[in-house]
Design a protein around this ligand. Sequence first.
Ligand SMILES: [Fe+2]
Ligand SMILES: [Fe+2]
Length: 132
Amino acid sequence: MAEYVVWKPYYSVDNASLDMEHKIIVGLINELYAAVISKKEEGDLKAISDRLVRYTNKHFQHEEQVMRECDYPRFYDHKLEHERLRQRTLDFHNNLNLVTGRDMLRFLNDWWCEHIRESDKAYAPYLQMSMR
Ligand SMILES: [Fe+2]
Ligand SMILES: [Fe+2]
């Protein structure tokens, strides 16, 4: 089955554990996509999106800790973006019966690709510098 979000090497933030977490999140979005197109019941979709919400929180906590450790100058802007994304992901999770699965996937795809490609990539050089 085709994947909804395809991981690309240029998404890498040059940190193996953060890259792995991003890949797990992309995997969960793909799992949700597969469940939507095979018209799984709402309970099944909810179980996947629940894992996504919990894993996203865990990832954001880890990423924020890493950014703090390398004195990333745009830490607060990034944290604010996490808060917004966390809330929107939770809103979708709590209203799965109101929004279509497709809307949710489009949002997740857009924000993840956008967030990883732009905002997460921006801290990568600081992470590298702090490790020298
Ligand atoms: Fe982030
Ligand atoms: Fe991230």
